[in-house]
Design a protein around this ligand. Structure first.
Ligand code: FAD
Ligand code: SIN
Length: 537
């Protein structure tokens, strides 16, 4: 089966939906999304969107905070652009119907939250379920658009590029590498469909599932990075994996996030003896940059042998806590933890991928007609460590810019007929009866990534991880070609690819900076390493 549209958007989080809404003005949009459309990291975002909306705040301060957090690797022009365009994008969200929390006074001013590394209160939020509110409204607006069709339970496998078409004997006139859409698995029927488009956008989110413990939902298996890399897109800075300092430590809670906003409102970190420890590590204490807080907790746990530390907000009035953090309050209560009365057991967990597919200021990759936006992209905003709540902001700014640039591409090539693509060829592949192999490999990757490529790394641990991932990738290669593709097998292949990219970038960087900390090179080396780690096929 073949589907044709002007724009193909892969992913239905804040990046994909924002792009689709903007692009629906100039053409038809097909959105493919591998589970239910709202099952995205966006939907789980708590803290909010960082943006200069208070007259007392200044863009220069947000720029300074972002650059400091990025530890020397942010692209300053990108930072300035995102910070300056951000407030406009937040106003547009409000215009679409997003209901951010407001103060109670007559002016009903936006209530601005505080998070680590910010020198001012500037986080616009919907209590502690900002992402859910944003996702709901964007999906509602997308569903109202006649130009947008959403294909749920459709998983992109690989891109259709000029090189691949030439290999299959199709004559192509373009000289540069160009993208014409993607092969997509309909997960419910197990049929592979051909989606052809003049512009393709990867908006597939992050890769937290590469690690055993993560705040991310199950969709975050790094598909977009792996798909882009296989097609020849440049990938950068994959060593900078952000670990969120405070996820709930509870056997049944699957790393539920306890928002940094809790520390922003006065929450303090304690060890098991009730001692506050962050003052030993940084003058900003609990509100230091995220890499510093996560590493400090890791060190405390290694020293004490304890399984978790504690985050305490119980000194604040109970009514305030319930009003400001209803989602966190009710979720913790389900696990018999009353956060108005007792500290919350917390541990760090993999949270955000600062690296990704390298793009320009419009989200364009090095392949023509192929854009990457949102967490899958590496735009230069985050550098070596993302500032809290700058991710949703980046997705909004780049979705808008990419849509403008893509509509210009479309106007230029609208009359060129869409390239023909052969149907997906599954060769002599048969149904697999050994799904246990997939589960086992998946589990092994996540464990060795946690143990060897986590918050603190060494050369030896990285080498161990590399040899493990190579064996698994060999097994997957054999499996992939012999058996009919399933979503589990595709995710495993992508997960292994992303693990390999993280290990490669981490092994290349012979220094410690931002989120990458290697005990064998504990210092920053500005002479040789004040640059991105860029790799491609
Ligand atoms: P997502 O929202 O993750 O969407 C990805 C989409 O791609 C999904 O629809 C998925 O199904 C689809 N997809 C993936 N692979 C495929 C495939 N092969 N085929 C088809 N579809 C595919 N950031 C902030 O700025 N502020 C916050 O307060 C904040 N809180 C967070 C809290 C949590 C618990 C988490 C996990 C993250 C948080 N972040 C926050 C980070 C932020 O939420 C994400 O970086 C952001 O939402 C990513 O948006 P996205 O559109 O790029 O991807
Ligand atoms: C949080 O609420 O702590 C998450 C914020 C972020 O990841 O930017």
């Amino acid at each position: 089966m073949e589907v044709q549209s002007d724009y193909l958007v892969i992913g239905s989080g804040i990046a994909g939906l924002s792009f689709a809404l903007e692009s629906a003005r100039s053409g038809t949009v097909a959105i493919v999304t591998k589970r239910d459309p709202q099952e995205t990291s966006t939907n789980y975002a708590q803290g909010g969107i960082a943006s200069v909306l208070d007259p007392e705040d200044q863009p220069e301060l947000h720029i300074k905070d972002t650059l400091e957090s990025g530890d020397g690797l942010c692209k300053e022009d990108v930072v300035k652009m995102v910070v300056r365009e951000g407030p406009g994008r937040v106003q547009e969200l409000i215009g679409l119907g997003v209901n951010f929390t407001r103060q109670s006074g007559p002016e009903k001013k936006l209530d601005l939250g505080m998070e680590g590394g910010h020198s001012r209160r500037r986080i616009v939020h919907a209590k502690d379920h900002t992402g859910q509110e944003v996702e709901k409204v964007l999906l509602e607006r997308a569903r109202e658009q006649p130009n947008i069709t959403i294909y749920d339970n459709h998983m992109a496998i690989d891109l259709i590029t000029k090189s691949k078409l030439i290999k299959r004997g199709i004559v192509i006139s373009e000289t540069r590498e160009t993208c014409w859409g993607a092969y997509v698995l309909d997960v419910k029927t197990n049929q592979v469909k051909t989606f052809l488009a003049r512009v393709t956008v990867l908006a597939t989110g992050g890769a937290g599932k590469v690690y055993l413990y993560t705040s991310n939902p199950d969709i975050a298996s790094g598909d977009g990075v792996a798909i882009g890399y296989r097609a020849g897109v440049k990938v950068a800075n994959m060593e900078f994996v952000q670990f969120h300092p405070t996820c709930l430590y509870h056997p049944m809670a699957k790393s539920f996030l306890i928002s940094e906003a809790v520390r922003g409102e006065g929450g303090i970190l304690l060890d098991s003896k009730g001692n506050r420890f962050m003052e030993k590590y940084h003058p900003l204490k609990e509100l230091a940059f995220r890499d510093i807080v996560a590493r400090s907790i890791d060190l405390e746990l290694k020293k004490s042998g304890d399984e978790c530390v504690y985050l305490d907000i119980s000194h604040k009035p109970a009514a305030f806590i319930k009003e400001r953090f209803p989602h966190i309050y009710h979720t913790c209560l389900k696990y018999q933890i009353d956060i108005t009365k007792e500290p919350i057991p917390v541990v760090p967990a993999a949270h955000y991928m600062c690296g990704g597919l390298l793009t320009d200021k419009n989200g364009l990759t090095n392949i023509d007609n192929l854009y990457a936006i949102g967490e899958v992209a590496c735009t230069g905003l985050h550098g070596a460590n993302r500032l809290a709540s700058n991710s949703l902001l980046e997705a909004l700014v780049f979705a808008k810019r990419a849509a403008k640039s893509a509509s210009e591409d479309l106007a230029a090539n609208r009359n060129i007929p869409l390239s023909k693509a052969p149907l997906w060829d599954s060769g002599s592949a048969t149904d697999s009866e050994e799904s246990v192999v997939v589960t086992h490999n998946w589990d092994e990757i996540r464990r060795f990534m946690w143990n060897y490529v986590g918050i603190v790394r060494t050369n030896k641990r990285l080498a161990r991880a590399r040899s493990r991932v190579q064996i698994i990738q060999e097994e997957i290669k054999e499996y992939y070609w012999n058996f009919i593709v399933t979503s589990d097998l595709l995710e495993l292949r992508n997960l292994a690819q992303v693990a390999e990219l993280i290990i490669t970038c981490a092994s290349l960087r012979k220094e410690s900076r931002g989120l990458h900390y290697n005990l064998d090179y504990p210092h920053q080396d500005n002479e040789h390493w004040k640059r991105d780690t860029v790799i491609w096929i």
